[in-house]
Every structure is written in C-alpha cells, then in structure tokens.
Design a protein around this ligand. Sequence first.
Ligand SMILES: CC(C)(COP(=O)(O)OP(=O)(O)OC[C@H]1O[C@@H](n2cnc3c(N)ncnc32)[C@H](O)[C@@H]1OP(=O)(O)O)[C@@H](O)C(=O)NCCC(=O)NCCS
Length: 211
Amino acid sequence: MERVCVFGAGACYNNMFTKSFASDGMEVVRLFDDMSEDMHWSPDIYKQNPTLPTKTLFCIGYRQMQHRLKRFRELQAAGMEWCSWTSPKSCISEMATIGNGCLIDSLANIGHRAVIGDASYVNLSTVVGHDSTIGQGCYLAGLIILNGFTKIGDAVFIGSGSVIREYTTIGSGSVIGQGSNVIHDIPPNVLVYGNPARIIREISPNDKIFG
Ligand SMILES: CC(C)(COP(=O)(O)OP(=O)(O)OC[C@H]1O[C@@H](n2cnc3c(N)ncnc32)[C@H](O)[C@@H]1OP(=O)(O)O)[C@@H](O)C(=O)NCCC(=O)NCCS
C-alpha cells in the first residue's frame, strides 16, 4: 500500500485529505495536527525517523505559504522525494504540467499547456486557463477563474471567486482578496482587491496578513 504523509495543514485539511487518500487506497500518516507545529519542523525529522514515508504531500495553508515554500525547498535540497496529489474528480489536460508536492483538488480544471509550479495548491472548482503558468508555493482558493495565458509568480495567494483576465501577470508574494476582478498586471508583494482590483498596500516580509 502506498503511504503518503500529510502535515501542517490544520485538522480540517488533514481530515479531508485523510478521507480522500483512504478512498484512493493509500495509507495516510500524519506528522502534525497543528499548523504551528510545522514551524518547528525540519528535514532532520526524516533522518531521525527512517520509518517515515518518503512520499510526502505538502499541504499548503495560505497563512503560511511562504514559510511552507521555504520548507519545500529545504526538503528538495535534502533530496526528499515529493509526490503531488490530484483529485480523481479534477480535470487535468494531458498537455498540462503539474510540479512536485502539488495538490489539485476536486473539480479543479487545469487547461491545455498550463503549468502548476512545485508545492502549489489549486483548490475546489478552480479553473486554470490554457497556457497559464502558476509559480511555486501558490495558493489558489476555490472557484477562481484564471483565463488563458495568465502568469502567476511564486507564493501568490488568490482568494476565492476571483477572476483574472487573460494575459495578466501577478507578481510573486502578492495577495488577491476574494471576489476580485483582476484586469491589470499586479506587481510583487502587494495586497489587491475589488472590482476592478486595485492595489491597497504593499506587503512586508513580516506582514501578519496571513495570520
Ligand atoms: C483580502 C483580505 C486578506 C483582507 O483581509 P483583512 O486585511 O483582514 O481585511 P479586513 O477584513 O480588515 O477589511 C478591511 C477593509 O477592506 C475591505 N475588504 C477586505 N477584503 C475585501 C475584498 N476581498 N473585496 C473588497 N473589499 C474588501 C473591507 O470591506 C474593509 O473595509 P471597511 O473597513 O470599509 O469595512 C481578505 O478580505 C480576503 O479576501 N481573504 C481571502 C479569503 C479567501 O478567499 N479564503 C479562501 C480560503 S480557502
């Protein structure tokens, strides 16, 4: 039986994924039940616990996605093997590319030639349009529509129900508030929301916007 490991995404996500994996015939091993414990985690845990599974799933929590992306890169550097999980109820073009450590949730639709970067999470019913590129460690909440040829940087959070116009670029580290209608390019590290989406303010590295 294949073993996957779920950690650091909070009880809600852990329960959800436990059920999903169990229905796929996988054995799920939990490392942590609480997001905060993830903060103390390091690749050394695998060296100390050789029985832990090597196929590890990285649950992205939007509050800590930058932290998690850093952890993902540390794991990669330590030579860990990563798998992605794509819901059997998602729809992924054969021409799309899904990175390592990604989660593609139910009813998500990944279009032709779209690229999903490592450790990114595409949540329920979100559409990633054809020829779009999603960076690493992004969190795309539910019911988002990214039209074709959009380009999303690393560690970008996009709130639920947002619509991103075709050919739009969103810079790394930016946050798009829920229900936004993004029709212009967005620079890195800013908070935007509204219809049409406007820049509200810059986001500093220690910003508490993610909790
Ligand atoms: C953008 C966001 C992070 C801002 O959070 P925040 O800084 O705590 O903002 P606040 O709730 O303090 O709101 C501040 C002001 O901005 C406005 N505002 C906040 N988010 C907004 C949005 N998405 N669209 C329009 N206005 C918004 C509020 O109305 C408020 O204005 P007011 O003071 O006149 O009432 C948050 O609103 C958001 O969109 N979160 C994403 C939710 C989501 O999609 N989660 C998915 C989980 S799977």
